[in-house]
Write a protein that binds this ligand. Sequence first.
Ligand SMILES: C[S@@+](CC[C@H](N)C(=O)[O-])C[C@H]1O[C@@H](n2cnc3c(N)ncnc32)[C@H](O)[C@@H]1O
Ligand SMILES: [Zn+2]
Length: 342
Amino acid sequence: MKEKLLELICCPHCKSDFSVIVDKTADGEIRSGTLTCDSCGKIYKITDFIPRILDSHEDPAVSKTSENFGNQWTMFKEMYSFYKEEFLNWVYPLKEDDFKGKKVLDAGCGMARFLYYAAEFGAEEAVGVDISSSVDTAYRTVKNKPNAHVIQADLANLPFDREFDLFYSIGVLHHTTDPEGCFHSVCKALKPGGTAHAWVYGYENNEWIVNWVNPLRKNFTSKLPTGILSAISFAITLFLQPILKIFYYPTGVKNIAFLKKRLPYFPYMYWLSRRNFAHTHVVVHDHLTAPVAFYIKKEDFRSWFDKEKMEDLELVHRNKNSWTGVARSNPYGSPVSGRDDT
Ligand SMILES: C[S@@+](CC[C@H](N)C(=O)[O-])C[C@H]1O[C@@H](n2cnc3c(N)ncnc32)[C@H](O)[C@@H]1O
Ligand SMILES: [Zn+2]
């Protein structure tokens, strides 16, 4: 943990500052130590360079989500150069320049494949938060970035108080037990007038996944040991990748309208077809590992931003099966109606 991160974090319970007791340092960072809230006295550990600002929780769905994604990002830890383009594609309509000089939060950073680029794009500070042990991989991914930080914390209970100019959350909120509640919680990390960006699974055009794949994932694949699920995902990828490369990729590149209309899930599968086998393997695994997945309807998603009284909302139907929302938080910093903003 870099000492300057102390300026951005606070006690998740009472929002008071932390005092730090340093146990060991290495490479100019705090390797281990203790964070103590100056007001309520809550104590959190810093271990292996990462502040673990997590309270114990009783919900088995949250623990299982954390366990499975921790395993996923420990296994799939490679950084591919195409992640830069993927990140820009995902954070659309934001651009590289929108990160320059900003305090940026990656809400649910996984192994930090996108946090790396937020830092690279010139963020003043780029902070990644994740509930799972993926933070250990994330720390290694951004280790050499002087403006990047990683924290283990729950989006439902974040250690920030309106510190950030921008947050983005890619593929995370729908895997929490309370997507809307977590969205509002992350919004409280944003300065008045800051930018919120979230991408979630959509309900529209995904009805068969909701009805067939989701129960299979919930009741079967998310319960499999990591090695077995990885092997199953590999086998599915062996079958899927040739289809993507033979049918979807040429159809997209040559813009063959006749086939575009007939190939199922064309925008999504074409997106997938542009990348290598290893990437498809990660995506397939990611779809099968999550114990919790909500599919969000457009109007419900819109209402999350409306309740925050956000301005200039832009909703994008990404690949025609998911929703991206980007908006500016209320410049007067008013709380969500009916919610406690303390
Ligand atoms: C599909 S992965 C996406 C990771 C990253 N955004 C990316 O695209 O590479 C979902 C991530 O959300 C994290 N996550 C799920 N619930 C969370 C919560 N309540 N608080 C923080 N992170 C959470 C998981 O641990 C996992 O790393
Ligand atoms: Zn406190």
